[in-house]
Design a protein around this ligand. Structure first.
Ligand SMILES: NCC[C@H](CC(=O)O)[C@@H](CN)CCC(=O)O
Ligand SMILES: [Zn+2]
Length: 327
């Protein structure tokens, strides 16, 4: 069957069905990014991200349970491995005993109705901190990177992930991952959320602190999109739709509302996700603490903007507060 004949993966999970309709801010809009650390019993505050923690797999149930009870319907997992497992190839990314696979198994067994998405990237697992494999001249080896990322995505899916979200920005990784899922016979139950328009933004600093995932040298401007470029974002969105993405993400969100609108216009029949990244989250927190505005109306207005710009899903660290505010 042709790749563009495959629709089941876009609505196989109940949590996705509200996403296929016109926009409103409900609990089902929200996807909560969670940092899962290799330290199984720890729950460590992240200084650069107020109210966020690195959570060990043995603390996940007590952390996620109350949020599910309040209506949480989806999470995005980011692994924080031990430093010593990092190598040039990101071998530890799909370690069966690593934080992401352990957390996926636990969450699927304890909260079967929760949609578990796994971020797929190598930067948390590579010694050089880049999102892919490098050539001897330190440029990106796109072919090797795509092959490895597809392996990792399929292994997360085999561990039970309902959705895989490659944040690497390598060329052609969507098709490779989709083909891998098809070959594994699980493409019907695993959604592909493409970080299609992801920019080389200043707004990722707190995340890199949280996930210990900064590049050891150089930067990501050779594979994340140049902030001034609308054309490359439009081309990346169209490419990822062709390659089998079930959902299209724009990241960051607040400085890129025009790109959210472009995504909705270019992919009107796909759910569009906006990722309110760590720097946006910290900015709003610190502004409210400094008295610029009240936190709740500011967060709600940022959400309204993303929905107005065309998105169906918001990935936000404010999810716990929003679950209370929307109750
Ligand atoms: N895979 C890259 C991680 C990436 C940004 C970066 O560090 O370049 C994002 C995670 N997908 C950061 C998200 C955030 O800042 O909240
Ligand atoms: Zn990365």
């Amino acid at each position: 069957v042709e790749i563009d004949s495959l629709l089941h993966s876009g609505y196989h999970h109940p949590a996705q069905r509200p996403w296929q309709v016109e926009r409103m801010l409900t609990k089902s809009t929200l996807m909560y990014p969670i940092f899962v650390t290799h330290e199984k019993d720890s729950m460590t505050p992240i200084s650069s991200m107020p109210n966020q923690c690195r959570i060990g797999v043995n603390r996940l149930e007590e952390f996620v349970g109350p949020l599910v009870a309040k209506g949480l319907q989806s999470v995005m997992l980011f692994g924080v491995p031990d430093d010593f497992v990092k190598d040039a190839f990101g071998t530890a990314a799909d370690d069966p005993n690593g934080p992401v696979i352990q957390a996926t198994r636990l969450l699927k067994s304890r909260f079967p109705e929760l949609l578990v998405a796994c971020d797929v990237c190598l930067c948390e697992y590579t010694s050089h901190g880049h999102c892919g494999h490098l050539n001897p001249d330190n440029t990106i080896d796109n072919k090797a990177s795509v092959r490895r990322l597809a392996e990792v995505a399929v292994n997360y899916a085999k561990a039970g992930a309902d959705c895989v979200a490659p944040s690497d920005m390598m060329d052609g990784r969507m098709r490779a991952i989709k083909q891998g899922l098809i070959d594994a016979g699980i493409s019907h139950r695993v959604s592909l959320m493409a970080y299609s328009a992801k920019f080389a933004s200043v707004l990722y600093g707190p995340f890199r602190d949280a996930a210990c995932s900064g590049a050891q040298f150089g930067d990501r401007s050779a594979y994340q999109l140049p902030p001034p470029s609308r054309g490359l974002a439009r081309r990346a969105i169209e490419r990822d739709v062709r390659e089998g993405a079930d959902m299209i993400m724009v990241k960051p969100a607040g400085f890129y509302m025009d790109i959210i609108r472009d995504a909705k216009d270019l992919a009107p029949n796909h759910p569009i996700a906006a990722y309110q990244v760590s720097g946006e989250y910290a900015t709003i927190h610190h502004a409210a603490a400094a008295g610029v505005y009240e936190l709740k109306p500011a967060v709600l207005e940022s959400m309204t903007g993303f929905l107005r710009a065309g998105c169906n899903i918001v990935i936000t660290y404010f999810t716990p507060e929003l679950l209370d505010w929307l109750s």
